[in-house]
Design a protein around this ligand. Sequence first.
Ligand code: AMP
Length: 299
Amino acid sequence: MSITVVGSLAFDAVKTPFGERERMLGGAATHFALSASLFDQVNVVGPVGDDFGDAELAILATRGTDISDVERVAGKTFFWAGEYHWDMNTRDTLDTQLGVFETFEPKLSANSRAADVLFLANIQPSLQLSVLEQMDGPRFTALDSMNLWIDIARDDLVKVIERVDCVTLNDAEIRQLTEKPSLVAAAKELLAMGPEIVIAKQGEYGAVAITSDTYFSLPAFPLETVIDPTGAGDTFAGGFVGAIATGADIRSAVAYGTAVASFNVEEFGTDRVSRLTREEVDGRVAELHALTTFDLVIA
Ligand code: AMP
């Protein structure tokens, strides 16, 4: 069994109230792969520029992730810069440079095409569609996106949403896409487009999984110190999709996504998840379970 992911492979410049990094390994596919590789074999598809070094490739290949579909192209690696506000739950994007993604045409190897799970991490919806069309017939497909693509490529994004099993977006993006203020009504509209599962990510407030007959909400793991939330959403998706790929039900998969994401925000960029172990994740899932269950005593 394996999971194929396409999405940004990036350098990020990030400023938080607790520090600053001018150029660190980032990207939606990077954070997803580091997280999903705790559960299953991952294949990464995407281009990097000639400024992407062997050290970055080595981090991407953590836990055996197959990087043979990472294409090195003349030009610059995708670059994103952002600054977090004091509450760490909101941020401003200061710069986005697509670089080598501007002209990238994905060509999947037989290995990546044969994966039984596909994650279309955040990148131009047209590229997500091209990867989806090359797959042999995955049993589970999921997609992430963001406000930029809702703004400038909405029609393409809707075309991809219609063809996947699961959509993971933050709640503001779900409202923006559907133009519905109620999250429940907005999720229903997304489900009517085709997907069976909508995941609404809510930053420090956790995540909600909505299907036609389930509404499951789990808070984020309570942390005293958050250093850098960059990639938390992709890390959540990696844990969620990785757990689904290996047989978990939706609620447990939300807990796995939540647990891995909580480690991600404790250090800058990929620093924490690149050395995370499955035992640490399982321990935090057990803590989350203890924190969120209760015995019903009728008052
Ligand atoms: P998250 O914090 O989960 O939203 O993910 C942040 C990651 O997404 C960063 O590592 C960025 O490199 C990447 N990213 C930011 N903007 C975009 C974009 N427009 N398209 C693709 N990836 C992006």
